[in-house]
Write a protein that binds this ligand. Sequence first.
Ligand code: FDP
Length: 343
Amino acid sequence: MNTISPPELIIPESNLDRDCTTLSRHVLQSLKSFSPDAYDLSAIMSRIALAGKLISRRLSRAGLMEDVLGFTGETNIQGESVKKMDTYANEVFISVFKQSGLVCRLASEEMDKPYYIPENCPIGRYTLLYDPIDGSSNVDINLNVGSIFAIRQQEGEDLDGEATDLLQNGSKQIAAGYILYGPATVLVYTMGNGVHSFFLDPSLGEFILAQENIKIPDHGSVYSVNEGNFWQWNDSFRNYTRYVHRQEGYTGRYSGALVGDIHRILMQGGVFLYPGTTEQPEGKLRLLYETAPLAFIIEQAGGKASDGINPILDIIPSKIHYRTPAILGSKNEVELVESFIEK
Ligand code: FDP
């Protein structure tokens, strides 16, 4: 019997399928449901992706347009000088959720208090927490920056508008992730069922699945920390740093943008540290929209995230802009850092 082999030019079904696996489709697939809640989450992720596309587009043209780079002249609630891109990106996230019926409140690094979208509140019981531009110091020199996000469900009515229900631990995150604006734009997310990455295909204007169930290696050669703060750390962190200086096989990498450093570590292993300093014992990074979402990603990938003593995901903040020291990365590398910390 003659067997006819398929014509060579036919695109393998698996390739086409992957090309068609957009972010929103992937969310529905991984939730294994077509329930209204699943559709809501898929729609929220699509809006986050839209924000990422808008920010990515503006960053790619930043040097060519007036009024994109530089400072606004204002200072945010953190006491940091605000860049024009910070303001733009913050407003993009608000704008994509207006009249969406999806998100009632947005809390970000750039806003003292959460921003309410009253028309969404009767039906949109979700809150978006986000850092619109992480690593702002990189913006004006055309280096990588990121956005970080987490989705939580609103609990209670929040009648006083204080959003105190957000002051809970990281296990309350329904989804979390980041967008890295590098040579390509990459979105990484988790909904508690693994970590998945998507590349922005500019010709399609869609985030297309790149990798599912990313696993962080248990070991890694990279330690990522701002060693300029060496003399402001306590002995534990100085001793750890001295150890990796002497030990063969370690190398330092620090980009000044948390998302970029975490992405490297997620893909290749290693550890990121932002310890407390004498001036700021709680460190620099904010829990609700920086370290908790990234801890969710890292732990879902099989890594570890701690403040040196407690898992980051267990920490209950006392205010929205609560800060915490952070050690995130490969399980064994985080444990090595912890072994230097006097309990
Ligand atoms: P930035 O303030 O530039 O937005 O989120 C804060 C952050 O950047 C991280 O992205 C980055 O890892 C860190 O601060 C850099 O801080 P240092 O300059 O103190 O190292």
